[in-house]
Design a protein. Sequence first.
Length: 168
Amino acid sequence: MPLRTSWSEDKCPIARAADVLGDPWSLLVLREVFLGNNRFDGMKKELRVADNVLSERLRRLVGAGVLTAEPYSAGTRPRNEYRLTAAGTDALPVLHALTVWAQRHTQSPGGKSMRIICTTCGTESASGAWCQTCGAELTVATTAWAHPKSSENLIELARAGTPQKTSD
């Protein structure tokens, strides 16, 4: 039995987007892939999610064309690395908008929050789409995150990999 009604055929683009990206686990999986954590075991450890939940969200994101699954060898069983497609990289402003909204309207435990950094000029942005200082579009190639969970100073999103072409 499905968990909810499918909105994939809805005339409203917000409903169709929610059908693909509206699940909290899917958004957190995308965050991990943008951070360069693109293997199942790494995501499972970071997200502390059940295997079946993570498997289902990865399957949905691959099926929706947001991620690709690229096989690699590790041990006896085949495994996949998950890479962003063009549709996946296009979701970056959505994650940024959620970040900006949360910074304005929710309390961050411990006072630490994720910061969106424009790598073109090196300044923090309070917008999800454009740098207010230099006007650069905030894309995978021009954005870094100062993430409170990371031991690294800045995580450049470009290292998440080049988007894979999708067929129409």
